[in-house]
Design a protein around this ligand. Structure first.
Ligand code: RB5
Length: 145
């Protein structure tokens, strides 16, 4: 069975979110689009970040992807939920380290600071990199302790 991955955005990330959903499908994942379904310049990132973070927090899915203009608002929202480790990544290297060292289970893309092509490269790196464990296991465990 293919892995379900929740995806959400606000108006600033809407266009990139559409690409992310398409790319996840192309790669054989099952994206769950938490919205928005249409472009609304007045929408608010917490309304779309929350359902994605909730799904990861509850264990409904293992991973989620969020995007807004800077990535910051979405990360603030997502990281309020227990067991969620949302990482803003603007290069593939940051995405890689966020997986290896922090076991980031939510990827947050700053749509106004990455091109669509860069966004896809960051997504690929985050999807394909495993948590290193070892000394990082103890540190990650302390986040929710
Ligand atoms: C929306 O204009 C913008 O503030 C939002 O996408 C995000 O960058 C907030 O952190």
């Amino acid at each position: 069975m293919s892995e379900r991955i929740y995806v959400g955005a606000d108006h600033a990330g809407f266009q990139l979110k559409q690409k992310l959903v398409g790319e996840l499908k192309r790669l054989g994942y099952e994206p769950v689009d938490a919205g928005p379904q249409t472009m609304d310049p007045a929408d608010d990132y917490p309304d779309y970040g929350r359902p994605v973070a909730q799904a990861v927090s509850k264990g409904t899915v293992k991973r989620g992807v969020l995007t807004c203009g800077t990535g910051l608002g979405m990360a603030f929202v997502a990281n309020r939920f227990p067991r969620v480790r949302a990482a803003v990544a603007w290069t593939p290297e940051i995405a890689e380290l966020a997986r290896k060292h922090n076991d980031a289970n939510v990827l947050v893309l700053p749509s106004r600071f990455v091109s669509e092509e860069e966004g896809m490269d960051i997504l690929h790196k985050w999807l394909d990199t495993a948590f290193e464990g070892g000394r990082h296991e103890r540190r990650v465990a302390k986040i929710d302790a």
